[in-house]
Design a binder for this molecule. Structure first.
Ligand code: DC
Length: 222
């Protein structure tokens, strides 16, 4: 049996950083499911496909040519789409917002299921997103749900954007994060929520390394 760790939670909680460190520590594969929705947003824009055109979005979703490659210093996951590094481009709040709007479409979510499950290969997978533990990998042995206060999440997302050279205001990021969370939590298909068998970790006061350790302690002990 190939193990899976799912790490779900709202925007800016630090899922990506935590997942990357855990995957590297264990030598497992990684799935940043949010990147798939962001890429759809980017490609739809490039091809001038309206986000209401579900038929075309589904076509795009079924043939996403994507690779995730961690940087040498493990600080970031590079997103390679059709051989092109689009990491910085899709990280902007613009594509986060469009991704969240595309993500309410049931047909698009269904079309992405097989693509996401294809990441489940030996020796194991760390999958982060909103519905990893509830819908995409309900059979996962280890499920975590990360939370943090709205202020802290806005600050983390702000720092992340500044670090990759995207110029933003903290107040704008806070509004965007709150709007996205509201949409992601209230949609009818696969809303953001903790799986009934997930361990919830409030990371507001915890440094990343401590969150990683808490998760690894549970995984290694079981
Ligand atoms: O994790 P992220 O910020 O990169 O995700 C961008 C958007 O994609 C998020 O606002 C909602 C959507 N998403 C989703 O609906 N389901 C997932 N498993 C991951 C992301």
């Amino acid at each position: 049996m190939i193990n899976i760790i799912t790490i779900d939670g709202p925007s800016g909680v630090g899922k990506g950083t935590v997942s990357l460190k855990i995957a590297k520590h264990l030598g497992w594969h990684i799935l940043d499911s949010g990147a798939l929705y962001r890429i759809l947003a980017l490609v739809a824009e490039r091809k001038q496909i309206s986000i209401e055109n579900v038929t075309e979005l589904v076509k795009l979703a079924t043939k996403l040519d994507i690779k995730f490659i961690p940087t040498d210093d493990l600080s970031e996951l590079q997103i390679i789409y059709a051989g092109q590094n689009i990491t910085s481009e899709i990280r902007s709040e613009i594509y986060g917002n469009i991704a969240s709007q595309i993500a309410v479409k049931k047909e698009v979510r269904t079309a992405l299921l097989a693509r996401q499950r294809a990441f489940h290969i030996s020796p194991g997978l760390v999958a982060d997103g909103r519905d990893m533990g509830t819908v995409v990998f309900p059979e996962a042995k280890y499920k975590f749900f990360l939370t943090a206060s709205c202020e802290e999440r806005a600050l983390r997302r702000y720092k992340q954007l500044i670090n990759i050279g995207i110029c933003v205001k903290l107040s704008e990021v806070a509004v965007e994060v709150a709007r996205r969370d509201e949409r992601d939590s209230t949609r009818s298909t696969a809303p953001l929520m903790a799986a009934h068998d997930a361990v919830t970790i409030d990371t507001t006061e915890l440094p990343i390394e401590k969150v990683v350790k808490n998760i690894l302690d549970i995984v290694v002990l079981n």
